[in-house]
Design a binder for this molecule. Structure first.
Ligand code: SF4
Ligand code: SF4
Length: 540
């Protein structure tokens, strides 16, 4: 049963500092900042692991299993390895030695995915040839399948309907061990040693099949040191395992080293953002001349998975050295009829339809949906369009959508705020003449000071208090008309004095204001209204 909400990628909020790095790389805009912490929208996340790779604070991680817990769950425990693992170690350690070390850690048996890769290698070309929607997109990377579900649902018919080499191998291994050892399938546990998070998610939430034949997972990062310790302990006896084949080795390893690179009219792409560009091209119909496209979400294919330890270029070099020894390997097609039978009877085929994951639907009601769309556009027109992510939504478009769909309650764009404050500063270059005109004030005296700058407004009638608290370049609103108000204004470098409610002013005060160039202005309004209007003028 598909667990719709399972994700292997998780956030450790205590480590998150809200830097927004992950928001900007997430290919499905699945991350938002809430209360200065990242949070993942489950419906959007495709478990690609990009956020794990980029987070400088290691706040994102993957849920995998612990070897001791796994051992207790099944009577017979099998580790399943992707050849990417071989690339993590120095080539002094052969694949057989590495597999033996894993067995030494407590597994009853260990295999790599070569057999699944061999089967796909033997039958894929014919299936691609007969596939009605071209170009056919490889089904081997689960993150890409989820990306298609979320962002490119119209390309679902292009997906090759064969299970991954990992799933095919797990199924074959379980059935074989069950027969050979007389064990019930449910007593055999398969643990995937995984380079990526998307495969972990596929165990609980597989795509195109009812259930996975894999039961648990351990990341390469977690098992790397125990393997290395076992290898250097001298306790591991190298035993012969099912030897990796060239197809198994190169499966998903890199673009220039792909299982399908010999196919005519094929293309191999890796890295999530390259993948998006290519899928956009396919959507636009620009790649209809190609028959097959292999796409891996991670840079350099599975070698660049978020759960590996070795630099992908070094790992690729190691893999190439192993592959050299297998150069003459040709796909064994002697069993091809049985492989096709497996495909036709559904045992290695994606038998369950892949459903789109709608994350952009605004409303079920079309009229409301159009209304919301217009609202989003209106908001978008007012936003700066620089997609900075500081507001907590990854782009301005996402900000507008989040607001309209109720996913965010505030409407605060930090960039607009900065602009507003900058505007305020500019506005504050206002002079006394400006506010005299705008507030319809009468000039009683001090005309030569009308060009004095105004930065703020202050109101109080107690001169000693004003002396202690008013800031320079403030317009001072007071009902006091005594000549001393001019002296206070001069001492504090106030911009002007505004007398409310047409209060009478003595000639002495007016003459002093003329002498000191302090504009003395009179208003019909009371002090409250004058302050309110001045405030509006100053912040507008
Ligand atoms: S990259 Fe994302 S998860 Fe990591 S600290 Fe920054 S906001 Fe938090
Ligand atoms: S795993 Fe990928 S899709 Fe999910 S939140 Fe991280 S970057 Fe986004």
């Amino acid at each position: 049963m598909e667990n719709k909400y399972f994700h292997s990628v998780i956030l450790k909020p205590e480590r998150c500092i809200g830097c927004t790095y992950c928001l900007r790389v997430c290919p499905t805009e699945a991350i938002r900042l809430k209360n200065k912490k990242a949070s993942i929208i489950a419906q959007r996340c495709i478990d690609c692991g990009e956020c794990i790779r980029i987070c400088p604070n290691h706040a994102k991680s993957a849920i995998t299993d612990n070897i001791e817990d796994i051992k207790g769950k099944f009577k017979y425990n099998v580790a399943l390895v992707l050849p990417v693992l071989y690339g993590q170690f120095d080539t002094i350690y052969s694949p057989d030695k590495i597999l033996s070390a894993i067995k030494y850690l407590g597994f009853d048996d260990v295999y790599d995915i070569s057999q699944g890769a061999e089967i796909i290698g033997a039958i894929a070309e014919d299936i691609i040839k007969n596939h009605s929607t071209k170009p056919v997109i490889s089904s081997s990377c689960p993150a890409i399948l989820r990306l298609i579900q979320v962002r490119f649902p119209e390309l679902i018919p292009n997906i090759l309907d064969i299970e991954t080499p990992t799933e095919i191998s797990a199924r074959i291994i379980k059935n074989r061990i069950s027969k050979e050892k007389g064990l019930d399938i449910k007593d055999i546990g398969i643990t995937l040693i995984t380079p990526c998070t998307a495969r972990v998610t596929s165990i609980k939430n597989p795509i195109g099949v009812e259930h996975s034949f894999i039961d648990s997972s351990i990341s390469i990062k977690d098992i790397y040191v125990p393997i290395l310790k076992a290898l250097s302990s001298g306790n591991v006896n190298e035993t012969k395992h099912s030897m990796p084949t060239l197809n198994g080795i190169i499966c998903n390893n890199s673009d220039d080293f792909s299982m399908f690179s010999s196919y005519r009219k094929s293309l191999s792409v890796n890295g999530i953002h390259n993948a998006i560009s290519i899928l956009e091209e396919i959507e636009l119909g620009r790649l209809n001349n190609l028959s097959f496209i292999e796409i891996a979400a991670c840079p350099g294919g599975c070698l660049g998975g978020p759960l590996v330890v070795e630099n992908r270029y070094i790992a690729l070099n190691n893999i190439k050295n192993i592959a050299k020894k297998l150069k003459n390997h040709v796909i064994d097609k002697s069993n091809i009829n049985s492989y096709f039978e497996m495909y036709n009877n559904g045992s290695i085929r994606l038998v369950k339809s892949i459903e789109p994951r709608s994350v952009t639907r605004l409303d079920l009601d079309i009229k409301k949906s159009i209304k919301k769309l217009n609202l989003i556009q209106n908001i978008l027109d007012k936003l700066p369009g620089i997609n900075c992510g500081i507001c907590g939504s990854p782009t301005c478009q996402a900000f507008a959508e989040d607001f309209v769909t109720g996913n965010r309650s505030d409407y605060i764009c930090p960039v607009q705020e900065i602009e507003r404050k900058k505007g305020l500063k500019e506005k504050n270059n206002m002079i006394v003449k400006d506010i005299m005109d705008r507030l319809n004030l009468k000039l009683a005296a001090g005309e030569s000071g009308l060009k004095r700058e105004i930065k703020d407004v202050y109101t109080c009638d107690l001169l000693s208090w004003v002396m202690a608290h008013a800031d320079a370049k403030s317009a001072w609103v007071t009902i006091q008309t005594h000549v001393n108000i001019v002296a206070v204004a001069v001492l504090l470098d106030l911009s002007c004095i505004i007398i409310p409610e047409n209060a009478e002013i003595s000639d002495e005060t007016k003459n002093k204001a003329d002498d000191e160039s302090i504009p003395l202005l009179i208003s019909d309004e009371n002090a409250y209204k004058i302050c309110y209007e001045l405030h509006q003028e100053l912040i507008r």
